[in-house]
Design a protein around this ligand. Structure first.
Ligand code: CMX
Ligand code: CO
Length: 144
């Protein structure tokens, strides 16, 4: 089952400056930085749920690491802004969720899940099949 918004992905030109904006303006301070070469991004996950109910959600700020990155192409065309939305599984297998969605006629972009932030497993749905929204599915890494 998809049970929550895991994160909203926002593409930006200057990651550090954008992180500072989110920290200063909204007071979000729980920041996790990572480079994902496969996805061609340097990113920062800002945790925005501190209510302690365990259902954390994040703002994912992303900037391209190379000119052929999908995000570089997107930034060139659109400028900075909301790039994708990600739904989190409720502990269920992300590939099983993707298979069920594919059966509804939605294109799933990867044959098998890839590595996302903080050890998660991710896949994407084509924006043209989702009313214009690039949609990611996320299965969090098991708690250590
Ligand atoms: N949101 C909505 N629509 C989008 C989009 C986005 N983020 N990216 C592309 N599109 C639209 C384009 O506007 C274009 O529409 P038109 O034909 O009407 O102009 C169409 O989709 C094709 O776009 P494109 O610019 O030619 O781009 P590609 O087809 O080469 O790539 C996509 C699009 C979705 C397949 C590619 O971006 C992709 O594989 N995305 C998944 C991976 C990813 O985004 N990684 C970065 C985030 C990593 C993370 O979250 O951890
Ligand atoms: Co994402």
């Amino acid at each position: 089952m998809l049970s929550r918004i895991d994160h909203i992905g926002i593409a930006c030109h200057d990651l550090d400056a954008t992180v500072e904006f989110y920290k200063k303006t909204y007071g979000f301070t729980d920041a996790h930085f990572e480079v994902n070469e496969e996805q061609g991004v340097r990113e920062c996950m800002l945790k925005i749920n501190t209510t302690g109910d365990g259902a954390a959600s994040y703002i994912q700020l992303i900037t391209p690491t190379r000119p052929d990155s999908t995000v570089a192409k997107w930034l060139e065309k659109n400028g900075e802004g909301v790039h994708h939305i990600a739904f989190g599984t409720d502990g269920t297998d992300v590939q099983a969720e993707a298979d069920a969605i594919a059966a509804e006629g939605v294109r799933v972009l990867y044959d098998a899940p890839r590595r996302g932030s903080m050890g998660s497993r991710i896949t994407f749905l084509h924006p043209k099949d989702c009313h214009g929204v690039l949609t990611e599915l996320v299965q969090k890494a098991p708690e250590a």
